[in-house]
Write a protein that binds this ligand. Sequence first.
Ligand SMILES: Cc1ncc(COP(=O)(O)O)c(C=O)c1O
Length: 397
Amino acid sequence: MKIAARVGKIQPSLTLAVSAKAAKLKAEGKDIVAFGVGEPDFDTPEHVKAAAVAALQTGVSKYTAVSGTLELRAAVAEELGRAHDVKLVPEQVIISVGAKHSLYNLLMAFLDDGDEVIIPAPCWVSYPELVQMAGGIPRLLHTRPSEKFRFDEGALRSLVTPKTRAILLNSPCNPTGAVYDGATLDAVIKVARAHPEIVIVTDDIYRRLVYGVPWLSIAKRAPDLANRIVLVDGVSKSYAMTGWRIGFCAGPRELIGAMDTLQGQSTSNPTAIAQAAALAALTGSHDPVEAMRLEFDRRRQAMVARLGAIADVKLVTPEGAFYCFPDLSAYLDTKMRDDIALAEHFLQHGVALVPGSGFFAPGFVRISYATSMAQIEKGLDRIATALSALRLSTNLG
Ligand SMILES: Cc1ncc(COP(=O)(O)O)c(C=O)c1O
């Protein structure tokens, strides 16, 4: 079968490759600690599930408007309006099949071939691929752990060309857990003010999962850029609803209208029942969300402490999301060449995690703490053993 050339250009997700390998070993009966996952281990809150059941029982089984039900769009407009201190109306909101789909539609709707998108890296595996699928060119803005993965105006400005159409932000960040401070957002604002053709896209999917630091909205800081800021968000991570597939995008009406056109000829509306569930998530009690956040924070502290006790593991304490992203390059040498080999070595010791190369950060690994404390303790014991085995076989020991 001849496969379209466009598929050949897409990199398969390293995250999913690791999960597949770990699942295979598990199926063979091996005890594997799953640190590779990018989703909460908690169940969806009860009141959200109840809303879905009620929807089923009351005949919610038909198409909805392509952009989602008016109730959900209004709830998203209100929720994002509150979070960003901006005024949004439902016509500025479109609901899609997860935030990934929101990003896909968004980039398809506003990039032309050869348009460039600046993406601070390390970054989520899918951003560069999504940009390329839409004909764009990703321009990675490499950041350093010594600067807490933040960047300044000069570094950002150096990547701007006449072809730059967008800057894509993600705070808290997958994989680093970094949360942008005011200075970083101000750097973006200054560059955007100097380049009226640039749009700021901000993927805030982990917005509610921050620990001990404030989450800052770029839209709130720069009301003058309101018509050039596009908000991407969703229920997957904060409400433990990854499988429900509901994401949203809010922005200028023309852009949302263009996304509606694309969505209308591809997927149509996201599942009606999942929309009813998302409405309950946004409008109902947020106690379960806070309980999950507190538990993530407890696990984060445990993982940071354990990693900090292992020699030559360099870690910037994550302040959001649910990942630790240590630099393990001190353990690389001619025998253990890269983080992909390192991830394989960890798998042999019963731990699945994701090599940093997948996030454009060779020498790092991403360890998810979206798993129980018992698994964290067991997995960290194994990581310590796996690394000390390397020390014994190298000059580090
Ligand atoms: C930074 C980031 N954005 C978006 C998504 C996609 O979320 P959804 O499951 O809603 O498509 C993920 C999921 O891993 C993510 O890490």
